[in-house]
Structures are given as structure tokens and as C-alpha cells.
Design a protein around this ligand. Structure first.
Ligand code: KG4
Ligand code: ZN
Length: 397
């Protein structure tokens, strides 16, 4: 089974959204390089990711990014054991750029190609770094919260004795992702894109108890795959307990608050002042100076509520499924309040918990190469007709 290993080096390629990334990782645990070309400033002009622009940028960036990843790792293409690429979920055109390039490269080099689910990548970013720190591996099952601009998912993850990973999706958002809610609320407040980092930086200047957002009153909508569970600790149904999320209600509540508290003019003034700064990214100090106490309180209260909701659902699921450890990953895992409150709750319960470094919280390719390693060992290679799968799911529901 392991006769394929020569160097253990896998080149990972990621192009599912607005980052073109390439990385070389040895044996799923040592990143020799990790190059990310972000399109953030390009899309910031439009207040969100524009798919057509994203594909064009990926096309422009993919060759130099891969070249740089190889150069920084100090290895030649011949030294690679395999090429790994994100096959979904993500933007169809964006995914296609990475997949087409990876296929051509694998074919030209005569190396195996491995398709990786982007969400599995986020989970493995954390596990890779834990191995890099030589930490004792967590016991199974692991509960993974993947929380980003496109996803808010809870997975129960296990590794078989043969090394293959399996996932069960035990919670998902029925509407907006948590990062999406951050971005939309930031936009409602006239802040820049992406909004998450701004909200994070400003939240600690406000009072988190000033405005109460009640998640219990947010009614979960029927889910595509069946009926979703309420947001509070969910009842046990025939298919087991469900731990779904809903973030569109809090966004509407913020909008209503802005309207009923006469904050619209101030929001508009702030939006104009930030836009006038042009391309230069303003300092947190400068943006905070454009926010009054009421706005900072609203930001702090929003974050307190969102993090609290993520925390309650995650730990309730961990308890219900007997998880032996928790992994949090995805762009929102960069949030400081989320990290400190999750850490404190895990400590209180004596549960091990791990987060990625800030660099590996957001999209990158080291996580794709790391997630590909167990697949490489298992000889789980992609067929020639590997295609972009924008709605790719991870594991069983
Ligand atoms: O994982 P990621 O880079 O891309 C997706 O797959 O979506 O996550 C990006 C998301 C954005 O919504 C961004 O606002 C959010 O993560 N984000 C944050 C923070 N940093 C990034 N949200 C809250 N606090 C942060 N510090
Ligand atoms: Zn992501």
C-alpha cells in the first residue's frame, strides 16, 4: 500500500474562492512552503467576491503561485509524490482553474492526483499544526466546527485503523454562514470588506451586554434535507440530535436596531469617510474614531451573541456525541473572542481543543496537501475525469 512513498512531498493547490494558494507539505505534517495570493483588495471594491473576477485572477496567479511554493520549499517537481487539489465546495469557475492546472501538472509529471474537499482541508489545517508542535494526537471522535464566510458546519470526525478519515455532518447553518453574517452586519454599519476582522477589532471597545440578541427566538427553517432542529440544545430525533445554526435573524435584528435608533446618517457618513481613504487600509484607531459608543456597543453585542451561539451549539453537540476533542477552523476561527471563550469552556470541561494559527485559519493550500496525505497512503487517487463540484458535501448527514 505504501510503495508509492518516495519523499512524502505533496503539492497542494487551492482556488475555491478568492485566494489562489499553493503549498508543499511533507507527510501531512510539515509545511515546507505556503503561498497565498489574496484577491481581497480586488473584491473589496465590490463589497463581496465577484465570481468572474475571481476566475480571471486565479488564471493570472496560479502559475507564479505554484512556482513560488516550489521555490520556497526548495524542491523540484520531480521530488513530489503527488499533486492535491480542492475539488469543491466553492465557485465553479474558480475551482476549475486549480483543477485544470493540477490535472495537467499531474499528467505531465506522471504523478497521482488527489481531490480534496475544502472543508476537510480546514479541519486538517489544525491537525497538521498540532503534529508540527508535536502535540499528542486527540482521541476520537473529534468534533470539528468549520466556520467561515461560506460555511458553518459541525462534523464528527474519526480515523479508521487503516488511517482513512470519515465524517458525519451533525450541524449546519440553515441560512447565512457566521462569517457571512459578520460581513453583512459590517456592511450595514458602513465598515469595510471583509467585515469579520473589523468587527473583531472594534468589538472590544464596546459593551457586549448593551444589546440583547436572542437566538432562541430565531426559528430554524425547514432544511433541504429534512426538518432542522431548533437552535437551542436540540431534541433527539429519529436521525439523532441535530445542531443547526441560523444567522440571518441576527442580521435583520441589527438592521432594525440601526433603523429604530436613528443611526443611518452616521453609517452613511462612516461609509463615505472610509471610502475616501481609497486603497489604503485604514487603521483600527481611525475606524474606531468614526464609530460612536452606541455603534461600538452594537458591534460588541453582535459578536458576543454570535460567538455565544457557536459555543453553545458546539459544546452541546460535543456532549451529545461524546466527542473527545474539539477542532475549530475556517476564517471566523481567527476571531479573538471566539478563541478565548471556546478555550475557557473547553478548559472548564477538561476537553482538549485546537485552533489553527491565524495564517492557516483562512483559505490556504497547506491544508489541502495535509488532508491529501491519508488519501495518498490509502491510494485514494482522483479519476481522470475529476470535475469541479461547487456543492460538494463532506461526509454523511
Ligand atoms: O475561510 P475563509 O478565508 O474563506 C471562506 O471559505 O469563506 O473565511 C473568510 C471569512 C469572512 O467572512 C471573514 O469576515 C471571516 O472569515 N473572518 C472573521 C475574522 N477573520 C476573518 N470573522 C470574525 N472575526 C475575525 N477575526
Ligand atoms: Zn475556506
Amino acid at each position: 500500500m505504501h510503495e508509492n512513498i518516495r519523499t512524502g512531498l505533496i503539492l497542494g493547490i487551492e482556488s475555491s474562492c478568492d485566494e489562489t494558494a499553493a503549498a508543499v507539505v511533507r507527510a501531512g505534517s510539515e509545511a515546507l512552503s505556503n503561498i497565498v495570493a489574496s484577491q481581497m483588495s480586488l473584491h473589496a471594491n465590490y463589497g463581496g467576491v465577484v465570481p468572474e473576477l475571481a476566475s480571471r485572477e486565479h488564471l493570472r496567479n496560479i502559475v507564479p503561485v505554484v512556482r513560488e511554493a516550489m521555490a520556497q520549499a526548495g524542491v523540484g517537481f520531480d521530488a513530489l509524490d503527488a499533486i492535491a487539489v480542492t475539488e469543491g465546495p466553492g465557485l465553479a469557475g474558480a475551482l476549475l482553474v486549480g483543477i485544470t492546472y493540477a490535472k495537467a501538472l499531474a499528467f505531465g509529471l506522471g504523478k497521482p492526483l488527489i481531490g480534496v474537499n475544502h472543508l476537510e482541508g480546514h479541519i486538517h489545517a489544525v491537525l497538521m499544526e498540532a503534529r508540527q508542535r508535536s502535540e499528542v494526537a486527540m482521541e476520537f471522535p473529534l468534533l470539528a466546527l468549520v466556520v467561515s464566510g461560506g460555511h458553518t458546519h459541525l462534523y464528527l470526525a474519526r480515523q479508521s485503523d487503516q488511517g482513512a478519515w470519515s465524517y458525519r455532518n451533525v450541524g449546519r447553518t440553515v441560512d447565512d454562514a457566521a462569517g457571512e453574517a459578520y460581513d453583512k452586519v459590517a456592511k450595514l454599519l458602513g465598515l469595510g470588506y471583509p467585515g469579520g476582522p473589523w468587527m473583531d477589532a472594534l468589538a472590544k471597545r464596546g459593551n457586549p451586554r448593551a444589546v440583547t440578541f436572542n437566538f432562541a427566538q430565531i426559528k430554524a427553517r425547514p432544511h433541504r434535507e429534512g426538518v432542522s432542529m431548533p437552535n437551542k440544545k436540540a431534541p433527539i430525533s429519529a436521525s439523532g440530535p441535530g445542531f443547526d445554526f441560523s444567522f440571518s435573524g441576527i442580521k435583520t435584528a441589527v438592521l432594525r436596531y440601526i433603523e429604530t435608533h436613528g443611526m443611518k446618517d452616521q453609517v452613511e457618513a462612516r461609509r463615505k469617510a472610509i471610502a475616501a481613504l481609497g486603497e489604503t487600509k485604514p487603521s483600527v484607531e481611525a475606524v474606531a474614531a468614526l464609530c460612536d459608543a452606541q455603534t461600538l456597543d452594537l458591534i460588541a453585542s453582535f459578536q458576543y451573541a454570535v460567538v455565544g451561539n457557536l459555543l453553545r451549539q458546539t459544546f452541546a453537540a460535543a456532549e451529545a456525541f461524546g466527542a473527545r476533542g474539539i477542532v475549530v477552523s475556517g476564517g471566523v476561527a481567527a476571531n479573538r473572542e471566539l478563541r478565548s471563550r471556546f478555550q475557557a469552556e473547553a478548559d472548564r470541561r477538561g476537553l482538549p481543543i485546537a485552533f489553527p494559527s491565524l495564517a492557516l485559519s483562512t483559505d490556504n493550500a497547506a491544508m489541502i496537501a495535509a488532508a491529501a496525505w491519508p488519501k495518498f497512503l490509502a491510494g485514494d487517487f482522483a479519476p481522470e475525469e475529476l470535475a469541479a463540484t461547487p456543492q460538494l458535501r463532506l461526509g454523511q448527514a
